[in-house]
Design a protein around this ligand. Sequence first.
Ligand SMILES: Nc1ncnc2c1ncn2[C@@H]1O[C@H](COP(=O)(O)OP(=O)(O)OP(=O)(O)O)[C@@H](O)[C@H]1O
Ligand SMILES: [Mg+2]
Length: 388
Amino acid sequence: MYNAFCTFGHMAKVTTPFPVSGYLGPSYFCDRQEETQELLSAISGGRNVTVFSLRRMGKTALIRHFFHKLSSEKACQTLYLDIMPTADLKGFTNQLATALVQTFPENTSLGKKMWQWIKGLRPQVSFDPFSGLPQLSLDMVRAEEQQATIRSLFNFLDESGKKSVIAIDEFQQITRYPETSTEAWLRSEIQSLKHVNFIFCGSQKHLLLEMFNSAKRPFYASTQMLPIGAIDKDAYARFITHHFKKGGMTIDAAEIDYILDWTRQHTFYVQSICNRLYQSGSKKIVKDTIQSIIEKIFKENEAVYFTFRELLTGPQWALLKAIAKEGRVFAPTAMGFIQQYDLGSPATVKRSLESLLDKEMIFRENNSDGTFLQVYDLFLSRWLEYKQ
Ligand SMILES: Nc1ncnc2c1ncn2[C@@H]1O[C@H](COP(=O)(O)OP(=O)(O)OP(=O)(O)O)[C@@H](O)[C@H]1O
Ligand SMILES: [Mg+2]
Protein backbone atom coordinates (compact mmCIF):
# COMPACT_ATOMS: atom_id res chain seq x y z
CA MET A 1 0.00 0.00 0.00
CA TYR A 2 2.75 2.33 1.01
CA ASN A 3 4.55 1.98 -2.27
CA ALA A 4 1.35 2.85 -4.04
CA PHE A 5 1.38 6.14 -2.27
CA CYS A 6 5.03 6.78 -2.84
CA THR A 7 5.47 5.61 -6.35
CA PHE A 8 2.20 6.33 -8.05
CA GLY A 9 1.25 9.30 -5.96
CA HIS A 10 -2.07 7.79 -4.85
CA MET A 11 -3.37 9.60 -1.84
CA ALA A 12 -6.03 8.18 0.42
CA LYS A 13 -9.08 10.39 0.78
CA VAL A 14 -8.52 12.39 3.91
CA THR A 15 -11.47 12.32 6.30
CA THR A 16 -9.59 13.26 9.45
CA PRO A 17 -6.43 15.23 10.02
CA PHE A 18 -5.60 12.82 12.86
CA PRO A 19 -5.01 9.38 11.38
CA VAL A 20 -4.60 6.43 13.73
CA SER A 21 -2.97 4.30 11.06
CA GLY A 22 -0.98 4.94 7.92
CA TYR A 23 0.47 8.14 6.55
CA LEU A 24 -1.65 10.79 4.85
CA GLY A 25 1.09 13.11 3.66
CA PRO A 26 3.21 15.92 5.12
CA SER A 27 0.26 18.16 6.08
CA TYR A 28 -0.94 15.55 8.54
CA PHE A 29 2.44 14.70 9.92
CA CYS A 30 3.69 16.57 12.95
CA ASP A 31 7.26 17.76 13.33
CA ARG A 32 10.02 15.09 13.41
CA GLN A 33 12.24 17.57 11.61
CA GLU A 34 15.35 16.54 13.46
CA GLU A 35 14.74 12.85 12.88
CA THR A 36 14.00 13.45 9.20
CA GLN A 37 17.20 15.46 8.93
CA GLU A 38 19.16 12.70 10.64
CA LEU A 39 17.80 10.18 8.16
CA LEU A 40 18.58 12.45 5.28
CA SER A 41 22.15 13.07 6.32
CA ALA A 42 22.75 9.38 7.06
CA ILE A 43 21.44 8.29 3.68
CA SER A 44 23.31 11.02 1.80
CA GLY A 45 26.45 9.94 3.61
CA GLY A 46 25.86 6.32 2.65
CA ARG A 47 25.21 5.21 6.24
CA ASN A 48 22.62 2.62 7.14
CA VAL A 49 20.30 3.50 10.01
CA THR A 50 18.43 1.61 12.72
CA VAL A 51 15.25 3.35 13.86
CA PHE A 52 13.80 2.15 17.15
CA SER A 53 11.29 3.25 19.75
CA LEU A 54 8.45 2.06 21.90
CA ARG A 55 5.55 0.67 19.95
CA ARG A 56 3.17 3.22 18.44
CA MET A 57 5.55 6.14 18.80
CA GLY A 58 5.70 6.77 15.05
CA LYS A 59 8.58 4.87 13.45
CA THR A 60 6.68 3.60 10.44
CA ALA A 61 5.04 6.96 9.83
CA LEU A 62 8.46 8.63 10.05
CA ILE A 63 9.89 6.32 7.41
CA ARG A 64 6.93 6.91 5.16
CA HIS A 65 7.29 10.63 5.65
CA PHE A 66 10.98 10.46 4.86
CA PHE A 67 10.32 8.36 1.76
CA HIS A 68 7.64 10.76 0.64
CA LYS A 69 10.21 13.54 0.84
CA LEU A 70 12.81 11.51 -1.04
CA SER A 71 10.48 10.50 -3.82
CA SER A 72 8.97 13.95 -4.24
CA GLU A 73 12.51 15.26 -4.64
CA LYS A 74 13.16 12.34 -7.01
CA ALA A 75 16.34 11.88 -5.02
CA CYS A 76 16.27 8.12 -4.99
CA GLN A 77 14.22 4.99 -5.28
CA THR A 78 12.52 3.92 -2.09
CA LEU A 79 11.34 0.46 -1.11
CA TYR A 80 9.45 -0.36 2.03
CA LEU A 81 8.93 -3.84 3.36
CA ASP A 82 7.29 -4.92 6.56
CA ILE A 83 8.61 -8.34 7.45
CA MET A 84 6.43 -8.81 10.53
CA PRO A 85 4.19 -11.29 8.68
CA THR A 86 7.13 -13.34 7.36
CA ALA A 87 8.23 -16.52 9.09
CA ASP A 88 11.23 -17.53 6.99
CA LEU A 89 13.62 -16.55 4.23
CA LYS A 90 11.06 -17.48 1.62
CA GLY A 91 8.62 -14.98 3.12
CA PHE A 92 11.36 -12.36 3.07
CA THR A 93 12.13 -13.07 -0.60
CA ASN A 94 8.47 -12.70 -1.53
CA GLN A 95 8.15 -9.40 0.34
CA LEU A 96 11.25 -8.06 -1.36
CA ALA A 97 10.12 -9.17 -4.84
CA THR A 98 6.67 -7.67 -4.21
CA ALA A 99 8.15 -4.37 -3.04
CA LEU A 100 10.29 -4.26 -6.17
CA VAL A 101 7.52 -4.86 -8.70
CA GLN A 102 5.36 -2.32 -6.90
CA THR A 103 8.13 0.25 -7.02
CA PHE A 104 8.82 -0.25 -10.71
CA PRO A 105 5.57 -0.43 -12.66
CA GLU A 106 5.80 -2.37 -15.91
CA ASN A 107 5.43 0.72 -18.07
CA THR A 108 8.81 2.11 -17.02
CA SER A 109 11.97 0.88 -18.72
CA LEU A 110 13.43 -0.41 -15.48
CA GLY A 111 10.09 -2.01 -14.65
CA LYS A 112 10.06 -3.84 -17.98
CA LYS A 113 13.48 -5.28 -17.26
CA MET A 114 12.45 -6.18 -13.76
CA TRP A 115 9.27 -7.96 -14.82
CA GLN A 116 11.03 -9.87 -17.55
CA TRP A 117 13.52 -11.20 -15.09
CA ILE A 118 10.92 -11.93 -12.42
CA LYS A 119 8.74 -13.77 -14.90
CA GLY A 120 11.61 -16.16 -15.45
CA LEU A 121 11.16 -17.22 -11.86
CA ARG A 122 7.54 -18.13 -12.62
CA PRO A 123 5.93 -16.18 -9.82
CA GLN A 124 2.32 -16.47 -8.75
CA VAL A 125 0.86 -13.00 -9.10
CA SER A 126 -2.19 -11.88 -7.18
CA PHE A 127 -3.59 -8.41 -6.64
CA ASP A 128 -4.20 -6.72 -3.35
CA PRO A 129 -7.98 -6.15 -3.16
CA PHE A 130 -7.57 -2.71 -1.57
CA SER A 131 -4.69 -1.16 -3.44
CA GLY A 132 -4.91 -3.22 -6.63
CA LEU A 133 -1.16 -3.66 -6.47
CA PRO A 134 0.56 -6.86 -7.53
CA GLN A 135 1.71 -9.32 -4.87
CA LEU A 136 4.29 -11.92 -5.80
CA SER A 137 4.83 -15.37 -4.50
CA LEU A 138 7.90 -17.22 -5.73
CA ASP A 139 7.88 -20.92 -5.32
CA MET A 140 11.38 -21.75 -4.19
CA VAL A 141 12.10 -24.59 -1.89
CA ARG A 142 15.81 -24.48 -1.23
CA ALA A 143 17.46 -21.80 0.90
CA GLU A 144 20.23 -21.42 -1.70
CA GLU A 145 17.67 -20.54 -4.36
CA GLN A 146 16.11 -17.98 -2.06
CA GLN A 147 19.47 -16.46 -1.27
CA ALA A 148 20.36 -16.31 -4.95
CA THR A 149 17.06 -14.56 -5.67
CA ILE A 150 17.52 -12.01 -2.90
CA ARG A 151 21.04 -11.35 -4.17
CA SER A 152 19.75 -10.79 -7.71
CA LEU A 153 17.02 -8.47 -6.47
CA PHE A 154 19.55 -6.42 -4.50
CA ASN A 155 21.92 -6.37 -7.46
CA PHE A 156 19.14 -5.29 -9.77
CA LEU A 157 18.68 -2.21 -7.58
CA ASP A 158 22.39 -1.67 -7.15
CA GLU A 159 22.88 -1.58 -10.90
CA SER A 160 19.75 0.40 -11.73
CA GLY A 161 21.74 3.60 -12.16
CA LYS A 162 19.99 5.35 -9.30
CA LYS A 163 20.50 5.31 -5.57
CA SER A 164 18.01 3.21 -3.58
CA VAL A 165 16.91 3.07 0.01
CA ILE A 166 15.27 -0.05 1.39
CA ALA A 167 13.42 0.18 4.69
CA ILE A 168 12.88 -3.10 6.47
CA ASP A 169 10.26 -2.68 9.16
CA GLU A 170 10.10 -5.03 12.16
CA PHE A 171 13.59 -6.17 11.25
CA GLN A 172 14.03 -8.16 14.49
CA GLN A 173 11.75 -10.72 12.85
CA ILE A 174 14.70 -12.23 10.97
CA THR A 175 16.05 -13.55 14.27
CA ARG A 176 13.02 -15.84 14.37
CA TYR A 177 13.62 -17.40 10.94
CA PRO A 178 14.48 -21.09 11.05
CA GLU A 179 17.44 -20.45 8.70
CA THR A 180 19.96 -19.66 11.40
CA SER A 181 22.56 -18.06 9.18
CA THR A 182 20.21 -15.38 7.80
CA GLU A 183 21.66 -12.58 9.88
CA ALA A 184 25.27 -13.21 8.86
CA TRP A 185 24.38 -13.84 5.25
CA LEU A 186 22.22 -10.75 4.92
CA ARG A 187 24.87 -8.60 6.55
CA SER A 188 27.49 -9.62 4.03
CA GLU A 189 25.11 -9.14 1.09
CA ILE A 190 24.18 -5.68 2.30
CA GLN A 191 27.81 -4.76 2.75
CA SER A 192 28.63 -5.52 -0.85
CA LEU A 193 26.01 -3.12 -2.27
CA LYS A 194 27.31 0.23 -3.46
CA HIS A 195 24.19 2.22 -4.26
CA VAL A 196 21.65 0.76 -1.85
CA ASN A 197 21.20 1.95 1.72
CA PHE A 198 19.07 0.42 4.41
CA ILE A 199 16.84 1.64 7.20
CA PHE A 200 16.16 -1.07 9.74
CA CYS A 201 13.25 -0.46 12.01
CA GLY A 202 11.59 -2.15 14.96
CA SER A 203 9.98 -1.85 18.36
CA GLN A 204 11.46 -4.83 20.11
CA LYS A 205 14.27 -2.81 21.51
CA HIS A 206 16.09 -5.55 23.34
CA LEU A 207 16.20 -7.75 20.22
CA LEU A 208 17.29 -4.89 17.98
CA LEU A 209 19.89 -3.50 20.36
CA GLU A 210 21.25 -6.98 20.83
CA MET A 211 21.54 -7.38 17.05
CA PHE A 212 23.29 -4.07 16.49
CA ASN A 213 25.18 -3.49 19.72
CA SER A 214 26.51 -6.88 20.61
CA ALA A 215 30.04 -7.54 19.38
CA LYS A 216 29.17 -11.16 18.73
CA ARG A 217 26.48 -10.42 16.19
CA PRO A 218 26.95 -9.91 12.42
CA PHE A 219 25.25 -6.48 12.34
CA TYR A 220 27.37 -5.16 15.20
CA ALA A 221 28.12 -1.44 14.88
CA SER A 222 27.08 -1.52 11.23
CA THR A 223 24.41 1.17 11.43
CA GLN A 224 23.71 4.56 12.91
CA MET A 225 21.21 4.20 15.76
CA LEU A 226 18.25 6.57 15.67
CA PRO A 227 16.04 6.32 18.75
CA ILE A 228 12.60 7.92 18.35
CA GLY A 229 11.09 9.61 21.40
CA ALA A 230 7.92 11.61 21.91
CA ILE A 231 7.12 14.47 19.54
CA ASP A 232 8.07 17.88 20.93
CA LYS A 233 5.23 19.16 23.10
CA ASP A 234 4.99 22.68 21.68
CA ALA A 235 5.13 21.41 18.14
CA TYR A 236 2.37 18.91 18.84
CA ALA A 237 0.25 21.59 20.53
CA ARG A 238 0.62 23.87 17.50
CA PHE A 239 -0.23 21.00 15.15
CA ILE A 240 -3.39 20.14 17.10
CA THR A 241 -4.53 23.77 17.34
CA HIS A 242 -3.98 24.25 13.61
CA HIS A 243 -6.02 21.24 12.53
CA PHE A 244 -8.96 21.94 14.84
CA LYS A 245 -9.01 25.54 13.72
CA LYS A 246 -8.95 24.49 10.10
CA GLY A 247 -11.91 22.23 10.77
CA GLY A 248 -13.86 25.14 12.26
CA MET A 249 -13.39 23.99 15.85
CA THR A 250 -11.64 25.57 18.79
CA ILE A 251 -9.58 24.01 21.51
CA ASP A 252 -7.73 26.00 24.19
CA ALA A 253 -4.15 25.53 25.30
CA ALA A 254 -5.27 24.08 28.65
CA GLU A 255 -7.22 21.29 26.97
CA ILE A 256 -4.36 20.46 24.62
CA ASP A 257 -2.03 20.41 27.58
CA TYR A 258 -4.37 18.02 29.32
CA ILE A 259 -4.44 15.66 26.32
CA LEU A 260 -0.67 15.68 25.92
CA ASP A 261 -0.09 15.03 29.62
CA TRP A 262 -2.79 12.40 29.89
CA THR A 263 -1.38 10.49 26.91
CA ARG A 264 2.21 11.06 28.09
CA GLN A 265 2.72 12.47 24.57
CA HIS A 266 2.71 8.94 23.17
CA THR A 267 1.87 9.56 19.51
CA PHE A 268 -0.74 6.92 18.81
CA TYR A 269 -2.74 7.83 21.92
CA VAL A 270 -2.61 11.55 21.18
CA GLN A 271 -3.82 10.78 17.67
CA SER A 272 -6.61 8.51 18.95
CA ILE A 273 -8.02 11.13 21.29
CA CYS A 274 -7.75 13.93 18.73
CA ASN A 275 -9.24 11.72 16.03
CA ARG A 276 -12.38 11.19 18.13
CA LEU A 277 -12.55 14.77 19.33
CA TYR A 278 -12.46 15.92 15.74
CA GLN A 279 -15.37 13.64 14.92
CA SER A 280 -17.35 14.63 18.01
CA GLY A 281 -19.00 17.51 16.22
CA SER A 282 -18.34 19.86 19.16
CA LYS A 283 -17.46 23.33 17.96
CA LYS A 284 -15.56 24.00 21.14
CA ILE A 285 -13.62 21.23 22.81
CA VAL A 286 -13.92 21.40 26.58
CA LYS A 287 -12.66 19.10 29.31
CA ASP A 288 -15.99 17.23 29.41
CA THR A 289 -15.75 16.38 25.72
CA ILE A 290 -12.33 14.87 26.34
CA GLN A 291 -13.53 13.03 29.42
CA SER A 292 -16.47 11.45 27.64
CA ILE A 293 -14.18 10.23 24.86
CA ILE A 294 -11.83 8.68 27.38
CA GLU A 295 -14.78 6.93 29.06
CA LYS A 296 -15.91 5.60 25.70
CA ILE A 297 -12.44 4.22 24.93
CA PHE A 298 -12.37 2.53 28.35
CA LYS A 299 -15.76 0.94 27.73
CA GLU A 300 -14.72 -0.36 24.33
CA ASN A 301 -11.57 -1.93 25.70
CA GLU A 302 -12.84 -3.19 29.02
CA ALA A 303 -13.62 -6.70 27.81
CA VAL A 304 -10.04 -7.07 26.59
CA TYR A 305 -8.64 -5.72 29.85
CA PHE A 306 -10.67 -8.27 31.80
CA THR A 307 -9.22 -11.08 29.69
CA PHE A 308 -5.75 -9.78 30.57
CA ARG A 309 -6.72 -10.18 34.19
CA GLU A 310 -7.77 -13.77 33.49
CA LEU A 311 -4.52 -14.53 31.71
CA LEU A 312 -2.19 -13.07 34.32
CA THR A 313 -1.51 -14.54 37.75
CA GLY A 314 -2.76 -12.68 40.83
CA PRO A 315 0.68 -11.24 41.70
CA GLN A 316 1.28 -10.18 38.08
CA TRP A 317 -2.06 -8.34 37.94
CA ALA A 318 -1.39 -6.71 41.30
CA LEU A 319 2.03 -5.52 40.12
CA LEU A 320 0.62 -4.22 36.83
CA LYS A 321 -1.99 -2.24 38.72
CA ALA A 322 0.59 -0.87 41.14
CA ILE A 323 2.83 0.29 38.28
CA ALA A 324 -0.16 1.91 36.57
CA LYS A 325 -1.12 3.78 39.73
CA GLU A 326 2.42 5.04 40.20
CA GLY A 327 2.87 5.92 36.52
CA ARG A 328 6.58 5.18 36.67
CA VAL A 329 8.30 2.86 39.08
CA PHE A 330 12.04 3.20 39.61
CA ALA A 331 12.47 0.73 42.47
CA PRO A 332 9.94 -2.09 42.10
CA THR A 333 11.49 -4.28 44.79
CA ALA A 334 11.79 -1.49 47.36
CA MET A 335 9.95 -2.26 50.59
CA GLY A 336 7.90 0.95 50.49
CA PHE A 337 6.41 0.12 47.09
CA ILE A 338 5.83 -3.54 47.94
CA GLN A 339 4.07 -2.72 51.20
CA GLN A 340 1.98 0.07 49.78
CA TYR A 341 0.48 -2.26 47.18
CA ASP A 342 0.70 -5.46 49.18
CA LEU A 343 2.82 -7.26 46.57
CA GLY A 344 4.33 -10.07 48.64
CA SER A 345 8.08 -10.67 48.65
CA PRO A 346 10.72 -8.99 46.47
CA ALA A 347 11.29 -12.39 44.82
CA THR A 348 7.61 -12.59 43.80
CA VAL A 349 7.76 -9.06 42.42
CA LYS A 350 10.90 -9.89 40.49
CA ARG A 351 9.31 -12.95 38.92
CA SER A 352 6.11 -11.10 37.99
CA LEU A 353 8.12 -8.24 36.60
CA GLU A 354 10.12 -10.45 34.24
CA SER A 355 6.96 -12.11 33.07
CA LEU A 356 5.16 -8.80 32.44
CA LEU A 357 8.19 -7.52 30.52
CA ASP A 358 8.23 -10.69 28.48
CA LYS A 359 4.54 -10.31 27.62
CA GLU A 360 5.16 -6.63 26.73
CA MET A 361 2.57 -5.56 29.27
CA ILE A 362 5.21 -3.24 30.77
CA PHE A 363 8.43 -1.77 29.43
CA ARG A 364 11.72 -0.72 30.95
CA GLU A 365 13.23 2.62 29.96
CA ASN A 366 15.93 5.00 31.18
CA ASN A 367 15.87 8.70 31.85
CA SER A 368 18.16 11.02 33.76
CA ASP A 369 16.73 9.69 37.05
CA GLY A 370 17.57 6.08 36.21
CA THR A 371 15.73 3.01 34.97
CA PHE A 372 11.99 2.80 35.41
CA LEU A 373 9.04 0.58 34.59
CA GLN A 374 5.83 1.72 32.96
CA VAL A 375 2.68 0.00 31.69
CA TYR A 376 3.10 -0.33 27.92
CA ASP A 377 -0.43 0.39 26.73
CA LEU A 378 -1.37 3.90 27.80
CA PHE A 379 -5.13 3.32 27.76
CA LEU A 380 -4.74 0.19 29.86
CA SER A 381 -2.46 2.08 32.23
CA ARG A 382 -4.99 4.88 32.72
CA TRP A 383 -7.86 2.42 33.07
CA LEU A 384 -6.00 0.51 35.78
CA GLU A 385 -5.16 3.76 37.46
CA TYR A 386 -8.78 4.95 37.68
CA LYS A 387 -10.91 1.86 37.66
CA GLN A 388 -9.13 -0.89 39.48
N1 LIG B 1 4.69 12.74 13.41
C1 LIG B 1 3.44 12.30 13.41
N2 LIG B 1 2.40 13.17 13.25
C2 LIG B 1 1.13 12.73 13.26
N3 LIG B 1 0.78 11.44 13.42
C3 LIG B 1 1.76 10.54 13.58
C4 LIG B 1 3.13 10.92 13.59
N4 LIG B 1 3.88 9.82 13.77
C5 LIG B 1 3.02 8.79 13.88
N5 LIG B 1 1.75 9.21 13.77
C6 LIG B 1 0.55 8.38 13.87
O1 LIG B 1 0.66 7.66 15.09
C7 LIG B 1 0.27 6.31 14.90
C8 LIG B 1 1.40 5.38 15.29
O2 LIG B 1 2.48 5.55 14.40
P1 LIG B 1 3.30 4.35 13.74
O3 LIG B 1 2.41 3.27 13.30
O4 LIG B 1 4.19 4.98 12.75
O5 LIG B 1 4.12 3.89 15.00
P2 LIG B 1 5.21 2.73 15.09
O6 LIG B 1 6.24 3.24 16.01
O7 LIG B 1 5.60 2.26 13.75
O8 LIG B 1 4.35 1.60 15.83
P3 LIG B 1 4.62 0.00 15.89
O9 LIG B 1 5.84 -0.17 16.73
O10 LIG B 1 3.39 -0.51 16.56
O11 LIG B 1 4.81 -0.47 14.49
C9 LIG B 1 -0.13 6.19 13.45
O12 LIG B 1 -1.51 6.35 13.38
C10 LIG B 1 0.48 7.38 12.75
O13 LIG B 1 -0.35 7.83 11.73
MG1 LIG C 1 5.47 0.39 12.84
